[in-house]
Write a protein that binds this ligand. Sequence first.
Ligand SMILES: Nc1ncnc2c1ncn2[C@@H]1O[C@H](COP(=O)(O)OP(=O)(O)O)[C@@H](O)[C@H]1O
Ligand SMILES: [Mg+2]
Length: 223
Amino acid sequence: MIDIKDLCKVYIVGDEKVRALDHATLHIYPKEFVSIIGPSGSGKSTLMNIIGCLDVADAGSYHLDGLPIESYSENQLAKIRNEKIGFVFQSFNLIPKLTAEENVELPLIYQGLPRQERAQRVQEALERVGLTKRAKHLPTELSGGQQQRVAIARAIATRPKLILADEPTGALDSKTSQEIIDIFHELHDQGNTIVLITHDPNVAKQAARSIHILDGRISEVKL
Ligand SMILES: Nc1ncnc2c1ncn2[C@@H]1O[C@H](COP(=O)(O)OP(=O)(O)O)[C@@H](O)[C@H]1O
Ligand SMILES: [Mg+2]
């Protein structure tokens, strides 16, 4: 499903070159639950942004579902993101003025789904993360763990093939983190492909497979 070969990404800061990705090669199969683990600054978010079609590499190839992503235009990338990928971030990234259900509905509006279909999908998604009772709440009226559940509901409402989570438990205490990871386990059991990015070995080891990244290089792939 994800085929990445020799990806390179260099950031130039002043007159210094940072190799955020250095010939990274990896494969992720449909319905896998994979973690990508590495310390801060190792290139995890850079890799996630490229996998998520939010950014493009300087060199190397990336195929998603067989599509040659590296040759796509900005508009084509936006379409792929909307159709195929659900994102979950450390900082939840909810819109403060919208209720939980309105946040979940937003990507469905972008997809142009009719109102009734949207309402049904919102309800389903909130149910899957156990937040039906909080549908009318604003993000400020929810705990961190609940906000992350809303973000997960938003990510799955479009029924994406791939769920990408960048440090989804980074802002949560360990008990709440485990609840969030349990939701990812459930989504995996239901047939979703999940890529979970983390610096925390206790989080990473819960995935069926961990890919290690260090200094922009995939250093180890444990099965
Ligand atoms: N937009 C940017 N401009 C310059 N340097 C960047 C930028 N984004 C990331 N970097 C650098 O690239 C390296 C990898 O960063 P990142 O992918 O965010 O790592 P991680 O998510 O593992 O902490 C770091 O050295 C970081 O400072
Ligand atoms: Mg990061």
